[in-house]
Design a protein around this ligand. Structure first.
Ligand code: MN
Length: 130
């Protein structure tokens, strides 16, 4: 069974690239274009992994992460922030808000999926899930 990833990302090009890379590696991808829709999607159909853009309109990624962490069904679900390289403080804030790791934008097609796998593996080993 392939892992289901919820991708919360407002930028169409980034959505397209991330979806392309993930599907090529066998992941099933559902996407949401803003934080509210992302939280709704996560609540109604809990994914295995969440990729969360931090720069989102209205509800920013940190607020979204906090809302996702309120959902019991997502207690063990890795949340990976996708942050701009320039926004240095974003990473620490993302971790404080409940994310498990981060990936820098722009998305590097050569390392994107491996980085996700590394973060997911470390989360699963520390939380005792497989
Ligand atoms: Mn964005």
């Amino acid at each position: 069974m392939s892992s289901r990833i919820l991708l919360i990302e407002d930028n169409e090009q980034n959505r397209y690239l991330a979806t392309f890379l993930l599907e090529r590696h066998g992941y099933q991808v559902e996407s949401a274009v803003d934080g509210a829709k992302g939280v709704q999607a996560a609540a109604s159909h809990p994914p295995d992994i969440i990729l969360l853009d931090i720069q989102l309109p209205q509800m920013d990624g940190h607020a979204v992460a906090r809302a996702l962490r309120e959902l019991r069904a997502l207690d063990a679900t890795p949340i990976i922030a996708v942050t701009s390289y320039a926004m240095v403080g974003d990473r620490e804030k993302s971790l404080a808000a409940g994310c498990d790791g981060y990936i820098e934008k722009p998305i590097d097609p050569d390392t994107f999926v491996d980085t996700i796998r590394d973060i997911v593996e470390s989360v699963r080993s520390t939380r005792g899930r497989s």
